[in-house]
Design a protein around this ligand. Structure first.
Ligand code: GLY
Length: 327
């Protein structure tokens, strides 16, 4: 069914060249997945090691060179096939090659199914700063095939689940009440309706504010501190997944929501207990904390040195709040 949607798109747009930027692990697991496209177009695979360190300009240049050598044009298609890193790199290449070619995202991780593949943000890192170079470029289609979750390592399910928690906290109290009841996180306990709800919620926000000037920023709940944690780890050459950092970021930003905003203490404690059941807490030194505070000041949401945090007013409702740097 999902494949038919993609085939229809390729045939109806008379696309004759397709580049599939994919995670090499995914390609090995599903080598025949795109065979059906080979009957109607020339298909090339560009497989890369989907590591955060490869989310850089070199990967984008590699893609540009490939498309140029294979004589891709504006009626060619780029498919991203993998997780968030692949979506980001493929999106950047598709948005900029010849000022834009067709883009279809086929996410294979929980994180990219509910977040990265939708809404048109793409980006690469520069000097440890996350997604600091990028564009807004909407995919023509996102093909969500939850079958991919079956072979996803459990740590990847946990990675995406942090974004699910985020959606529940900022916009869906019913979802939060359902999530709170789960005792294990694995592909069997992820209800496909949660995935649909998360995507629908995100797309309603994106329709109102594609360029992330106001309301879309609430999707960044947990990410101001989360991105700072990722940067701290990158500088120390240590690994941390995006979801893990966001889960920790949600804890800290819920604390700010209680301390500086109106979130009742009971809600803050509920959030903390729930998250710490599945994600081990991180320990920071004093100098780490001061580095994290500085990194929060570099966040893309900030304007004129005023730091923007997304805070919860209650479970299911988030707002944007501004702080001066010493408050
Ligand atoms: N991942 C947050 C956004 O797309 O705005």
């Amino acid at each position: 069914m999902k494949k038919i949607q993609l085939l229809d798109f390729v045939v109806s747009h008379q696309i004759n060249k397709i580049a599939i930027l994919c995670d090499e692990k995914v390609w090995k697991l599903y080598p025949d997945y795109f065979n059906f496209l080979q009957e109607v177009a020339t298909v090339h695979f560009i497989s890369i090691d989907a590591k955060e360190k490869n989310k850089d300009i070199e990967s984008v240049v590699f893609g540009w060179n490939f498309l140029l050598e294979q004589k891709f044009d504006r009626n060619s298609l780029m498919i991203s096939w993998g997780g968030g890193t692949i979506c980001d790199i493929a999106g950047m290449i598709a948005a900029t090659f010849m000022r834009g070619i067709w883009l279809v995202n086929v996410p294979t991780t929980l994180l990219s199914m509910i977040d990265a593949a939708h809404g048109g943000k793409n980006g690469i890192n520069l000097k440890y700063q996350k997604n600091v170079i990028g564009t807004f470029y909407l995919p023509e289609k996102v093909i969500v095939d939850t079958e991919f979750l079956k072979k996803l390592p459990n740590k990847e399910i946990l990675n995406g689940f942090a974004e699910m928690i985020k959606y529940a906290l900022i916009g869906n109290k019913t979802l939060w009440n359902e999530l709170k009841n789960i005792t294990e996180i694995n592909y069997k306990t992820i209800n496909p309706n949660w995935i649909d709800d998360a995507i629908e919620f995100k797309m309603k926000i994106v329709e109102k504010d594609l360029h992330d000037n106001e309301i879309r920023q609430i999707l960044n709940f947990g990410h101001t501190v989360g991105h700072a944690i990722e940067r701290l780890f990158a500088e120390k050459k240590r690994n941390i997944s995006h979801g893990y950092a966001v889960a920790m970021g949600i804890c800290y930003e819920s604390y700010i929501s209680w301390k500086k905003g109106n979130l009742p203490m009971k809600c803050y404690k509920d959030i903390l207990h729930f998250i710490l059941r599945f994600y081990k807490p991180l320990n920071f030194t004093k100098s780490d904390i001061s580095a994290l505070a500085n990194y929060c000041c570099d966040d893309k949401k900030n304007k004129n040195e005023i730091v923007r945090f997304i805070i919860l007013e209650e479970i299911g409702k988030a707002t944007i709040t501004e702080y001066t740097q010493n408050s």
